[in-house]
Design a protein around this ligand. Sequence first.
Ligand code: ZN
Length: 88
Amino acid sequence: MIRLILLLILVLLVLWAAKGLINDLKVLFGRKGREERVTPLSDELVKDPVCGVYCAKRSSYKLKYNNKVYHFCSPQCREKFLKEVGSS
Ligand SMILES: [Zn+2]
């Protein structure tokens, strides 16, 4: 009977340890998720070559031209850029 109780305690300890480990992992992943949510503030800024405005890379309008990626603040700027490079 005592052996059974010891086994039960052992099982509980293992479960408790596993739970703690899972919580640690959750904290680890949770922290990562929080960092990702923070990134819009610390996001890399890119300069719009048309109007010179800096905008967040993530929310910018992208255009790949001559194997280079350009970032624009608005679709209008992208259109303007396309017209300029198209006419020259
Ligand atoms: Zn612009």
